[in-house]
Design a protein around this ligand. Structure first.
Ligand SMILES: [Fe+2]
Length: 136
């Protein structure tokens, strides 16, 4: 297990969202460090909460921006955001029961999730988004 490094291919070309994705990646890496350094349960739980709360902030920004441009696949994007929320709830139960293991599993899930979120879900809206806004 190791931290995730930002790759050039993670940039979708919309400045605000690239910055938010980078921040989520850093926060997920912070989870890794808390687990690696065997921080106490409270600290690990706190780091997980912070990742989720910042991710919610990012989702809200993304959803608002996509609504404003009438993105035709908005429902699909909302479903993807909902999927992360329900997975997060499931992992929170696991973390409460067994913090190091639950947090490790959640960390591994979040790594995969973030890469999928950026490379598949978000890259899909970029051409439409750029056509209809002057952002990016
Ligand atoms: Fe995103």
């Amino acid at each position: 297990m190791s931290v995730i490094k930002w790759r050039e291919s993670f940039n979708i070309g919309v400045d605000q969202f690239d910055q938010e994705h980078r921040k989520i990646l850093e926060m997920i890496n912070g989870m890794f460090e808390a687990i690696r350094d065997q921080k106490d349960k409270e600290s690990v739980v706190q780091v997980c909460k912070e990742v989720l709360s910042y991710t919610e902030y990012h989702f809200a920004n993304e959803e608002k921006a996509l609504q404003e441009v009438d993105y035709p696949d908005l429902e699909e994007q909302l479903a993807e955001h909902a999927r992360l929320r329900s997975e997060a709830e499931r992992y929170q139960v696991l973390i409460n029961n067994d913090a190091p293991k639950g947090a490790t599993d959640f960390y591994l899930f979040l790594r995969e999730w973030l890469i999928y979120h950026i490379l598949v879900c978000d890259k899909k809206y970029v051409p439409y988004f750029k056509e209809t806004t002057d952002l990016g």
